[in-house]
Write a protein that binds this ligand. Structure first.
Ligand SMILES: O=P(O)(O)OC[C@H]1O[C@](O)(COP(=O)(O)O)[C@@H](O)[C@@H]1O
Length: 326
C-alpha cells in the first residue's frame, strides 16, 4: 500500500529517500578527500550512489550521468536504476561534482542527484553550456544571456537595491573566461573565481546572504547546467543556458538526443520541467554545505533536499552511527 500519495507528480516520500543517495556517495568520496586521486574518489562515489539508487522504489533512467555506456562501470546515460517497482523517472546525477576539488580537499565538492518525471529533463550531451543564473525574489527578465555583463549586473544591483560594487559574480577560473572576467571587473562588481564546481556556483546564488554570491556567469559543463537548473526550479531562481555545439558532430549528437535547435536558450523551467526533486550533500566544506566529518562514534553529513512542486528547502544534518553501512 502506498502511504504517501503523489502530490504534484512524484511520490513525496522519494524526497527523503533521495537524501540517503547523496549522503552515501558523499561519504564514500570523502574517504578519499585530499589524496590527489580524482578517479578513485569518483569511482567510490559512483559505486555508493548506484547501490543506494537501486534501493529506491523507482524505474529510473539515468539521463544525465557519467558518460556513455562503454564507459561503464560509471553510472552511464541510459543506465536503468532503482528497484524497478515504482514509477518511471528521469535521473540526473553527479556522484562527485568537483573531482579535482575533492582530490585537493578544497571547498564545495558535492554529491548531487535530481529526479523528475519521465521526459522532463533536458537530455544534454557532454558538451559545454553558456550559463547565467541568479537567485529567487527578482523580477523576471532582469538577466539575459545575450546581454553584456554591465547590463546584467546593473539590472541585478538595481533590483537588489545595492550598488554595483556590492554585487559578487561567481565565475570558473579558466582562460576562456578572460574577457568575461575583464568585463565584470570593469563594472566595479567583485568576482569569486572558482577552480571547479559550477553546480555549487549556481546554487550559491540562491542564498547570497549565506554564500556572498549574487550571480553566476560563464561556460561550464552542460550536464552540470541541467543539474543546477533542477535545483533552481525548486528554489525559484532564474537561469538561462545555451549548449555550445560548435562542430557538426556535436550538433548531430545533440539532435539524436532531441535537441532540434542548436542555438536555443533554455530557461531553468525548460531544462527541468514538472515536479523535480533535488539533493546535494557536501563532500568537502563549502559556503552552503559542510563537508563529511568522520568522528569517533559517528559520521556527520550535511544535505540540502529540494522539491519544485512545494518549493520546500530542507537542510538535513545527519549523524550516522551505524558505521558498518558506510
Ligand atoms: O574543467 P572544464 O573543462 O572547464 O569544465 C567545467 C566543469 O568541470 C567542473 O568544474 C568539474 O567537473 P568534474 O567534477 O567532472 O571534474 C564542473 O563543475 C564544470 O561544469
Amino acid at each position: 500500500m502506498n502511504m504517501a500519495p503523489a502530490i504534484g507528480g512524484l511520490d513525496r516520500i522519494l524526497t527523503m529517500e533521495l537524501v540517503r543517495v547523496t549522503e552515501r556517495a558523499a561519504v564514500a568520496a570523502a574517504r578519499l578527500r585530499g589524496r590527489g586521486d580524482e578517479k578513485a574518489a569518483d569511482q567510490a562515489a559512483v559505486d555508493a550512489m548506484r547501490q543506494e539508487l537501486n534501493r529506491l522504489a523507482i524505474k529510473g533512467t539515468v539521463v544525465i550521468g557519467e558518460g556513455e555506456r562503454d564507459e561503464a562501470p560509471m553510472l552511464y546515460i541510459g543506465e536503468e536504476v532503482g528497484s524497478g517497482k515504482g514509477p518511471g523517472v528521469d535521473i540526473a546525477l553527479d556522484p562527485l561534482e568537483g573531482t579535482t576539488i575533492c582530490a585537493k580537499n578544497l571547498p564545495n565538492a558535492l554529491a548531487v542527484v535530481a529526479i523528475a518525471e519521465k521526459g522532463s529533463l533536458l537530455y544534454a550531451p557532454d558538451v559545454y553550456m553558456d550559463k547565467i543564473a541568479i537567485g529567487p525574489g527578482y523580477p523576471k527578465g532582469i538577466i539575459d544571456i545575450d546581454a553584456e555583463p554591465v547590463e546584467n549586473i546593473a539590472n541585478l544591483a538595481k533590483a537588489k537595491g545595492v550598488r554595483v560594487e556590492e554585487i559578487t559574480a561567481c565565475i570558473l577560473d579558466r582562460p576562456r573566461h578572460a574577457k568575461l572576467i575583464e568585463a565584470v571587473r570593469a563594472t566595479g562588481a567583485a568576482i569569486r573565481l572558482i577552480g571547479d564546481g559550477d553546480v555549487a556556483g549556481v546554487i550559491h546564488t540562491t542564498d547570497p546572504d549565506e554564500t556572498g554570491i549574487d550571480i553566476y556567469l560563464g561556460t561550464g559543463g552542460a550536464p552540470e547546467g541541467v543539474l543546477a537548473a533542477a535545483a533552481l526550479r525548486c528554489t525559484g531562481g532564474q537561469m538561462q543556458g545555451r549548449l555550445i555545439l560548435d562542430t557538426p558532430q556535436k550538433v548531430e549528437r545533440a539532435a539524436t538526443m532531441g535537441v532540434a535547435d542548436p542555438v536555443k536558450v533554455y530557461t531553468a523551467d525548460e531544462m527541468a520541467k514538472g515536479d523535480v526533486l533535488f539533493a546535494a550533500t557536501g563532500v568537502t566544506d563549502g559556503n552552503m554545505l559542510a563537508g563529511v566529518k568522520f568522528g569517533r562514534n559517528f559520521i556527520t553529513t550535511h544535505t540540502i533536499v529540494l522539491r519544485s512542486s512545494s518549493r520546500t528547502v530542507r537542510e538535513i544534518k545527519a549523524r550516522h552511527q551505524d558505521l558498518e553501512k558506510f
